[in-house]
Ligand binder design. Structure first.
Ligand code: ACO
Ligand code: OAA
Length: 484
């Protein structure tokens, strides 16, 4: 399908109220980080020296052969996950972030993911000016993709999975890695690794609007641009524009009116603001951390994380949910008929498949990220009242937990974050199901890359747990004296 070319090169300047008042005295993210580092380094050093031998939990055989569930064995600073209350970003709930993190300064706009990045990196809520300076810094850093990355992306088959294109694009950018180059030349020592890691990480995050836009235009518009990049707007406005999903400054493929265009940008800010991280053990974060522990640069490390996000039990569930909702809608006669929905779900369970968007490895309550996405839809009743997929998504949140509870296997029968997100993007006009997880991947860059910077600030070692064979485990059971 060919898309309309961009109607005009006119720049949509949704100017930031703060732009005019940014003072040169505002410390950059790096400078702020430099102020925080000495105290944090000392604290971790002291913890290790005084309490290094403190035992913090048992490791059972079930956990060794059960995906390390429950093992408290990773250091992760930015976020932590409570099974009953969900994610906290440097201690703040989603609700608190919505109240406290700065946005554009325009009433009703969501907080900016740039604010979240600042919070994760430094541990404190940024001021309006700090966020605006970071927004500007990222917009400048991200204004072009390396020519070799463009070339690599253009050479890929248009029907290659967008997540594969994403991982390849990111890995190709390792050619320009400041960290890898300076390490290879022997120009940096261990205590300084974090500086080049930060440099690469900010460049990587900044490049994501163009990279994502390129992949989307590859799969929908034969590689021709759908929108225009601007240094004057925020990261998400650029993402939306480059997907061709803004009223102005893009091909406006979804024919959005100005309210819908604004809503779509705010949906993107909300989505990418709360998917940034889910503590360290999830597959994408853990993979980035593991690969990074071998001192692979941020591009290679995060490209590996993206490959993990591309699994259907993890981020790819976002695409699976949309497919599932559309298929279910064409197989039931009415959303109001709970009996039919239940039968449909049972058919899936009886064929030994999972219900996508439900269950979680850690959470034991509905995912507050799901609730935040749901609230986005509920706050716009006129927009969504006739969308039968969105209505089914809401109905399922009532029905599926009952069925999963009756099924009796899943430890968590409630909706997770992937339940709501893709179908909202679909509503506004992103119809390529395979693409949703790429948007997830834009957001997820922020948490794991923050940790990578901190891994290097703290000089954490290469990760290398001990593995055990069946015989090794058996020998341990005998050692307990409980088994003959
Ligand atoms: C961003 C994210 O990654 S959020 C998660 C996105 N993934 C999905 O939505 C896919 C569907 N959900 C699932 O597959 C799982 O709930 C996971 C992968 C998220 C968590 O897996 P686990 O920690 O192993 O879950 P749990 O301990 O509850 O699993 C116990 C059993 O219930 C099953 N189960 C868990 N969730 C579901 C589900 N949604 N539908 C059907 N069965 C399920 C498991 O497959 C497992 O079956 P088994 O004993 O035959 O192996
Ligand atoms: O925490 C997990 O295992 C999966 C998840 O929800 C995420 O990574 O966002």
């Amino acid at each position: 399908m060919l898309r309309r070319p961009i109607a005009s090169t006119f720049l949509c300047k949704r100017n930031f109220k703060s732009s005019a008042v940014v003072k040169s005295s505002v410390l950059t993210l790096k400078e702020t980080l430099e102020n925080v580092i000495p105290q944090r380094r000392d604290a971790v050093k002291e913890l290790k020296a005084l309490y290094g031998n403190t035992v913090i939990g048992p490791i059972t055989i079930s956990s060794v052969i059960g995906g390390m569930r429950g093992n408290q064995s990773m250091f992760w600073q930015g976020t932590s996950l409570d099974p009953d209350h969900g994610i906290r970003f440097q201690g703040l709930t989603i609700e608190q972030c919505q109240k406290r993190l700065p946005g554009t300064g325009i009433n009703g706009d969501n907080f900016l993911p740039e604010s979240m990045l600042w919070l994760l990196m430094t541990g404190s809520v940024p001021s309006f000016q700090q966020v605006d300076s970071l927004r500007r810094e990222l917009a400048l850093r991200g204004k072009e993709l390396p020519h070799y990355t463009e070339k690599v992306l253009l050479s890929l088959p248009k029907d290659m999975h967008p997540m594969t294109q994403f991982a390849i694009g990111l890995a190709s950018m390792n050619k320009g890695s400041v960290f890898a180059t300076n390490y290879q030349k022997g120009l940096i020592g261990k205590t300084e690794f974090w500086k080049d890691t930060l440099e690469d990480s900010l460049n990587l995050i900044a490049s994501l609007p163009l990279l994502t836009g390129k992949i989307y235009s590859n799969i929908t518009n034969e590689g021709r641009p759908l929108g225009q990049y601007s240094e004057d707007v925020d990261w998400c406005t650029n993402i939306c524009s480059l997907l061709g999903m803004t009223e102005k400054n893009s091909s406006n493929t979804g024919n959005l009116n100005s309210q819908q265009s604004l809503d779509f940008i705010n949906l993107m800010r909300l989505y990418t603001g709360i998917h940034v991280d889910h503590e360290g053990g999830n597959v994408s974060a853990h993979t980035t951390h593991l690969v990074g522990s071998a001192l692979s640069d941020p591009y290679l490390s995060y490209s590996s994380g993206i490959m993990g996000l591309a699994g259907p039990l993890h981020g790819l569930a976002a695409q699976e949910v949309v497919r599932f909702l559309i298929e279910m809608n064409s197989n039931i006669s009415s959303i109001a008929l709970e009996k039919e929905i239940k039968e449909y779900l049972w058919k899936i369970l009886k064929s030994n498949r999972v219900i996508p968007g439900y269950g979680h490895a850690v959470l034991r309550k509905p995912d507050p990220r799901f609730t935040a996405m749901l609230e986005f839809a509920q706050m716009r009743p006129n927009e969504f009242k006739n969308d039968k997929n969105v209505l089914l998504m809401q109905k399922l949140a009532e029905v599926a937990p009952k069925v999963l509870l009756e099924h009796g296997k899943s430890k968590n029968p409630f909706p997770n974050v992937d339940s709501a997100s893709g179908i909202l993007f679909y509503h506004y006009g992103i119809r390529e199901l395979l693409f949703f997880t790429v948007i997830f991947g834009c957001s997820r860059s922020m948490g794991p890359l923050t940790q990578l910077v901190w891994d290097r600030i703290l000089g954490l070692p290469i990760e290398r747990p001990k593995s055990l064979s069946f015989e090794g485990l058996e020998a341990l059971t005998k050692a307990t004296g409980l088994v003959k």
